[in-house]
Design a protein around this ligand. Structure first.
Ligand code: GDP
Ligand code: MG
Length: 187
């Protein structure tokens, strides 16, 4: 019978609150490695030269904790600090705010982004989760931002914090994007 047939199908039930699409916006100063991180996540490869003015949105089918999800990543290309934020503020489900550990200036720009986000989301539900990310961990010798400074800024704005390198292992880069998905699911 029809019912008998249905019983033989394997049905994957996705809980109502599990979003099937998660939009992630990558913010940060020019040169912090937003595009390198995005490309690494999408292709597992490090691309050393990437048009710094190119802003685009990419889609990737991911499986996070056994649950499929369509991840959309907007790799932004602001000139210097938060500008015309309207284009992504209402679109985003989560943000990754990037600096490079060898640039104090890029770290200071993160403060501007975090302030912009916290002002925008004040009183809004759900608040989009934010991950603060120190990139270029392979440049340890030229470090200008201590891990403690990164952690303190993240604590102040209630975000998760990681340090990573877009040119080293793929798994730690993937982990950050997957954490963003987990945070959205927790909302
Ligand atoms: P964006 O402007 O934030 O998109 O930065 P890009 O992704 O274009 O990277 C800017 C420069 O930093 C490029 O020359 C990249 O090759 C380099 N870069 C990006 N990520 C890393 C990293 O993790 N380590 C090192 N050493 N260089 C990186
Ligand atoms: Mg870029």
């Amino acid at each position: 019978s029809m019912f008998g047939k249905a019983r033989t199908c394997s049905v994957v039930t996705v809980p109502e609150h599990e979003p099937s699409e998660v939009n992630i916006v990558i913010l940060g100063g020019r040169g912090s490695g937003k595009s390198a991180l995005t490309v690494k996540f999408l292709t597992k490869r490090f691309i050393s030269e990437y048009d710094p003015s190119l802003e685009d949105t990419y889609t990737s089918e991911e499986v996070v904790d056994q649950q499929p999800v369509l991840v959309k990543v907007m790799d932004t290309a602001d000139q210097d600090g938060p500008m015309n934020c309207e284009r992504y503020l209402s679109w985003a489900n989560a943000f990754i705010v990037v600096y490079s550990i060898n640039s104090r200036h890029s770290f200071e720009l993160c403060l501007q982004y975090l302030q912009t986000l916290s002002i925008y989301f004040k009183g809004l539900q759900p608040e989009a989760p934010v991950i603060l990310l120190g990139n270029k961990l392979d440049m340890e010798r030229y470090r200008q931002v201590s891990k403690a400074d990164g952690a303190a800024l993240a604590l102040r704005f209630g975000c998760q914090f990681f340090e990573v390198s877009a040119c080293l292992d793929f798994l730690s880069v993937k982990h950050i994007f997957h954490e963003a998905v987990r945070e959205v699911r927790r909302e």
